[in-house]
Design a protein around this ligand. Sequence first.
Ligand SMILES: O=C(O)C(=O)C[C@H](O)[C@H](O)COP(=O)(O)O
Length: 214
Amino acid sequence: MAVENKSITAIEVMRDAPVIPVIVLHDVKDAVPLARALVAGGIRMLEVTLRTREALECIEIISKEVPEAVAGAGTIRSAADAQASALAGARFGVSPGYTRAVGKACHDLGLPLLPGVATGSEIMLAQEDGFTELKFFPAVQAGGLAMLKAWQGPFGEVKFCPTGGITAANAPEFLALSNVACVGGSWIVPTDAIAAGDWSRIESLAREASKLAR
Ligand SMILES: O=C(O)C(=O)C[C@H](O)[C@H](O)COP(=O)(O)O
């Protein structure tokens, strides 16, 4: 079913499926078949990282040709990144860290943002600016499950999307935490599968991921 072409909220992005795939695309021709494979496997919220030159064009083509998907932009590190993403049709943004400039740009553009945080001070800054759905990055490297449990006390109202080091094996432990709404990860979009055009492998990885309990 097509996700209506209306604005979406950060919590809707997080709640749609247990996993947000962190996608790196080097070739625009891979964008549509990849998005279709993920949608077929039950994953509609797609984070296309701005790590490659082709990323914006990939977001644009997914937005136009795969209406069942919701293309978002990852690796937003500046106001200019946010503007370019919105122009390309991104419907949400994800950043590896947080700055006020990025927060303000996304707010002004009406682009829902999952700001990246790794410390209490960063959570407080993002909260001051009105963000309560946050990406915990790099999750495993920065304290993993223990860190999320520690944050449940002082930051009980915040929902996290831990990303960085999440795998099919450890995702269930993260998803079981009350302050985790979903996880992010590249494991369902392996570089070699994209390079080989192995869309059925990606579809089955997405299907397994979409069935993870929360
Ligand atoms: O590019 C970005 O904007 C990032 O924030 C980094 C990604 O979220 C992580 O690299 C994903 O981590 P893995 O699932 O361990 O591969």
